[in-house]
Ligand binder design. Structure first.
Ligand SMILES: NC(=O)c1ccc[n+]([C@@H]2O[C@H](COP(=O)([O-])OP(=O)(O)OC[C@H]3O[C@@H](n4cnc5c(N)ncnc54)[C@H](O)[C@@H]3O)[C@@H](O)[C@H]2O)c1
Length: 560
């Protein structure tokens, strides 16, 4: 089916909904932005009935940095409410739900949408943590085929990450189309996610962030120290740790953490820290005092006017719960590392040093590697989607696996073990098989330290699906790998046909011919497991190409 997005409806005009409507307008799409009618609004009083949406849209227009690319784009937005203007939903090509994070409320909205939507209308939810399939539960088959998660990051105009979460029922065409639209019309970096708790970006951020909060509090670090150490020095933006929580909202931080914990009871590494007493007590008491961060002007930092009228940011003393005058912490390790250009070089200096700053960097870095490796294959099948999500969603210089490569995987695995943060077993298996890095790099000269990434290690989670990691120049070289498993190494063909988006390719891929349900020859692709999430636009052409070049591929005899 061919999809087009000319008219969109965004339901929910809060922080995300209004900014999403603005960003769709930036892409030239006409948008109707809907919100609830205030309880006391009289029937027929249009202004009173649209009060919520109007106020929220005005707030969005005043926000800095600007959500719209130009003031004239306002004309593409119409405002309405969910009672009088629901007709817009029947006209829409894409409906994005961005209402309160409550399953029942989201489900009842979807019931209403299902009754009126056009057959080809795509519906998506911006939920940050509710399982996407649950939001579509009970809906019609056509609705489910056109329903998926589109998790934008705040603010959607500026943060590049768009996590796309298809369910088992979502049509492949819909996923591919929204991925294409998100990338080419909205300018996003697409990461295809499984429907697992908090998807990828927030799962990693909270699995590592909760550990960080516990470590910081147990070892007596101050807010000033932490933000000085965990900013650009270690590849994070200047918001570092506590300024980031103030920006996101201390209440949002608490809410996401609390929602995540019961959903990831199986994830021992995360749950231990998500449920840790001291950090939870601290965050909760801040929420009780309405110290929610930038939005209430008090959080981990508080703006204070000094006697001479100067603006200063006092930081929270985590022990006394008082805001104190800023300090300028100094550490020898930071002095030695901060002016080095490469992130890997700075981290190497920090990991070799032994002062208080070095200990924090060491713990946060090694635990982040441990955690990122532990959630493969649960949330992603390779390193790449995790790295993309952390770079695009949190503006980090590099994702955990890219950073780990910079430090040397083998040496770092030893350090991790010694420090009590052992890597997942598949990393050991990768090293044992002779692969020394998560990505393969093409270096223009021996002096070129980093090189261009050309492929990513395809994590072997099923023992019997065997891949060779040697990139072959020839197409379709067939290998028998025992017990009926065949592997075709065809890097060149795949590069030419499958990756029109210029994404890095993996080392090698397996292509297993087998008889499809109707007895015709079919080819199974595992490309998505590693290509970082952007499907090829014309899957059929790709299949034809493969069949043309690899007619010798015979059906696999045995299914595993
Ligand atoms: N804020 C973020 O940084 C962020 C980032 C990514 C995803 N999300 C997700 O986006 C969604 C919206 O989040 P937000 O931060 O914009 O929330 P918000 O609280 O700012 O806005 C929620 C909107 O829902 C409306 N609403 C309340 N009850 C409703 C009902 N019964 N029916 C319809 N609408 C109702 C409210 O009037 C409000 O405008 C949530 O699912 C959230 O998890 C938020």
């Amino acid at each position: 089916m061919n999809y087009q997005i000319n008219k969109a409806v965004v339901v929910g005009a809060g922080t995300m909904g209004a900014a999403l409507a603005a960003h769709l307008a930036n892409a030239g799409v006409s948008v109707t932005l809907l919100d609830i009618v205030p309880k006391d609004a009289a029937a027929g009083n249009k202004a009173a009935r649209n009060k919520i949406v109007t106020e929220l849209w005005d707030r969005c227009l005043k926000a800095k940095p600007a959500n719209l690319m130009g003031a004239d784009l306002k004309t593409l937005i119409s405002l309405g409410n969910l009672e009088d203007d629901f007709g817009a939903v029947a006209e829409a090509d894409w409906i994005i739900e961005a209402i309160v994070e409550n399953l029942k409320i989201k489900q009842s909205l979807m019931t209403r949408i299902d009754e009126v939507r056009k057959p080809a209308c795509i519906v998506s939810t911006n939920t940050s943590g509710i399982p996407v399939k649950d939001i579509a539960a009970g809906r019609s088959k056509g609705f489910k085929q056109h329903f998926l998660g589109t998790h934008f990051f705040n603010p959607p105009r500026y943060l590049k990450l768009l996590e796309i979460i298809p369910t088992a029922d979502t049509s492949k065409d819909v996923t591919e189309f929204i991925s294409w639209f998100g990338e080419y019309r909205l300018g996003k970096g697409i990461v295809l996610c499984k429907d697992t708790p908090n998807f990828i970006g927030n799962r990693v951020a909270f699995g590592t962030g909760a550990f960080g909060m516990d470590f910081i509090m147990s070892n007596g670090y101050t807010v000033d120290e932490v933000d000085m150490i965990t900013g650009p020095l270690v590849g994070n933006p200047r918001t570092a740790t506590f300024r980031l929580i103030d920006l996101v909202g201390v209440d949002v931080w608490e809410h996401v953490g609390k929602n995540l914990a019961p959903l990831v009871q199986h994830d021992k590494l995360a749950v231990k820290y998500l449920e840790a007493e001291a950090p939870n007590k601290l965050i909760h008491s801040m929420v009780e005092r309405n110290w929610l961060g930038n939005k209430t002007k008090v959080g981990f930092y508080k703006e204070v006017r000094t006697d001479d009228g100067k603006k200063e940011f006092y930081s929270l003393d985590l022990q006394t719960m008082e805001h104190v005058a800023p300090s300028k912490p100094r550490f020898d390790s930071v002095k030695a590392a901060k002016d080095l250009e490469g992130l890997g070089d700075r981290l190497k200096v920090m990991l070799e040093a032994d002062d208080k700053a070095a200990k924090l960097v060491s713990a946060l870095t090694l635990q982040s590697f441990q955690y990122a490796s532990s959630i493969i294959p649960e949330v992603a099948d390779t390193a790449k989607p995790i790295d993309d999500a952390m770079r695009w969603g949190f503006m980090r210089e590099a994702g955990p696996f890219e950073t780990w490569d910079m430090l040397g995987v083998r040496e770092t695995v030893k350090k991790m073990k010694a420090a009590g943060y052992p890597a997942a077993k598949w990393v050991d298996a990768m090293l044992k098989s002779g692969v020394e890095s998560f990505y393969q790099y093409k270096r223009s000269s021996p002096a070129d330290k980093n090189g261009d990434k050309v492929s990513v290690y395809d994590v072997q989670v099923w023992r019997r699906v065997v891949l060779s990691i040697q990139a072959k120049q020839s197409c379709g070289q067939e290998r028998r790998q025992g017990r009926g498993v065949r592997c075709l190494e065809r890097e060149v063909c795949e590069d030419q046909t499958a990756n029109g988006h210029g994404l890095p390719e993996r080392f090698a891929r397996d292509e297993e011919g087998h008889r499809g349900e109707r007895g015709r020859f079919d080819v199974r692709y595992r490309r998505r497991r590693c290509a970082g999430g952007i499907p090829h636009q014309d899957e059929r052409a790709r299949r034809r190409h493969f069949q043309h070049h690899h007619r010798s591929a015979r059906p696999r005899r045995k299914r595993f």
